[in-house]
Design a protein around this ligand. Sequence first.
Ligand code: ZN
Length: 141
Amino acid sequence: MEITERVAYLKGLAEGLSLDTETKEGKILSAIIEILDDMALELQDQQDQLIEVSDGLDAVSEDLEDVEDLVYDDEDEDDECECEDEDDDEDCYATTCPTCEQTIYFDESILDEGEVICPNCGEKLEFDLTDVEDETDGDQE
Ligand SMILES: [Zn+2]
């Protein structure tokens, strides 16, 4: 039985038994039943609102999936280097991720750090700066 129904039953019981609200006990019982009634209605309201919020969240989640589809489609078609944070004095580099074979673009500041995170699969790629400066020296362990 729902709480609202149980409180309604309790109210009916108090009326049916002619609860004497002139006595101290009767006044207190009557006040308690009133409060229970309010609380039951409040609880019902909250449950209804929770269902609304939950439905709204489902809708947002579906919209987000659409947005994700658009964004990832966009990335697949985007072959331009996006190193725009710094001015032209920074060179752009490109490498291919060995894990997902996606081309990754990065600038000189990342080259100095010696590593870049693949934006596609999250793989951390480390470069050996000696390879960049001297390509014949590639067999270093
Ligand atoms: Zn990758």
